[in-house]
Design a protein around this ligand. Sequence first.
Ligand SMILES: Nc1ncnc2c1ncn2[C@@H]1O[C@H](COP(=O)(O)OP(=O)(O)O)[C@@H](O)[C@H]1O
Ligand SMILES: [Mg+2]
Length: 300
Amino acid sequence: MIETTATFGNLELTPQLNSESIPAAKRRRPAPVFAITSGKGGVGKTNVTANLAAALALKNRRVMVIDADLGLANLDLLLGVRPSYTLADFFAGAAPLDEIIVANRQGILLLPGASGVQEMTSLSSDQKAALLTELDAITHPLDIALVDTGSGISDAVTYFTAAAQEIVVVVTPEPASMTDAYALIKVLASAHGQKRFWILANNVSGEAEARRLFDALSRTALCFLNAALDYLGWIPRDPRLARAVARSRMVVEDAGDAPSAQAFVAVAQRMMQTAAGGVAVKGNLQFFLRRMLAGERGGR
Ligand SMILES: Nc1ncnc2c1ncn2[C@@H]1O[C@H](COP(=O)(O)OP(=O)(O)O)[C@@H](O)[C@H]1O
Ligand SMILES: [Mg+2]
């Protein structure tokens, strides 16, 4: 068996390049992928991604976040890292993958997608093979991956989202956020064959408002799209989150006692339960990456 050790900051990973030779009992459960998406921008996707990653890291889960927002890639700011490269540099042959992926102070790995994300759909088979080989080695020891997808119904967003095992749609009480979430779910259901969605209510006054948003959306989705929505939880509107953002920090890390920080911990717990209990019908991180590269749509 070939073994290499890659070091990301203070996190040491020893990927098993040849997973076939690991006895089944010792093989790790494959890392599930949660795409964090929304119909409308500015609803809190990047904060949700970063803070959930931080909450998972606090629980000693090995997390990778993928910045797949073509418009405003700013996950790095919240995580407190300054990547030198993006996936586009890998495709240009300018950097190997383990130099593109950076670890933040908590050991959260960030794969900066940026402009490389769009290129993923049009790679040569040699480039795909090179990317998959390197990604397999790096992602093998992970517990979970979160993808900050960007918002809306453009191909770049729906392509990434449909490839993920779990889809989390972030909504807020703003009417436009709800109508745009419905439009996104409609596209994912009708053009990409997606039938299951998690709804995370952000920026709400409390659980009652979160439930109202969820009930309204799920009734309509079930009635008109035959899509089942699941309730993932809620994050309160919290000035301490906004204050943390102003200092390029995550509230989970900065103010663990803040209401939003505690809500992120609760939602992270829910995701871990889902990941542990759920059958990975749609595959894991490796399958996700393969599916993205193959440009396959839907199918669960
Ligand atoms: N729960 C919340 N409480 C208070 N402010 C929030 C909350 N969620 C998001 N925000 C504010 O909304 C802004 C946009 O969030 P961001 O995560 O960048 O959205 P997106 O990635 O969806 O565009 C943040 O800078 C923050 O000030
Ligand atoms: Mg964002």
